[in-house]
Design a protein around this ligand. Sequence first.
Ligand code: ZN
Length: 146
Amino acid sequence: MKRVKKIEKGLLDFIINAAKSSHPNEFAGVLRSEKDRISEVMVLPGTYSSERSAVMKLHTLPIASNACGSVHSHSSKRAKPSEADLNLFNKLGHVHIIIASPYNENSWSAYDKSGTEINLEVVEIESRRSLDKKFREDFPDEFFEC
Ligand code: ZN
């Protein structure tokens, strides 16, 4: 599996909004990737969330889900993984996002399996429909395969 190094801007906005609307409870989901970027958040059925934690029922994760990691929110201002978070990181994929209060573009961090902070580049991805010809010519063909 290709290493995930990017996250779509629109998805980050979605995560920010989901975290805000879950507050004071935590929001949790599974990240899916396309190529080297995180493209989707899947909220698993039966996800339990409270002010202290969000517990995902990983056995409900569909096979072939392209799951590459997890995302969850912290209602505190600390975007650092707890012991329980590290346990989850270990079970699921290799990129994990924690977004802390006040839930904005500067209050999140990404970690690898072991809880070491990693860099995720935020990228703008236009939908195919909104691409005009000029935009197409500006990018290599490979860009459109996904
Ligand atoms: Zn946590």
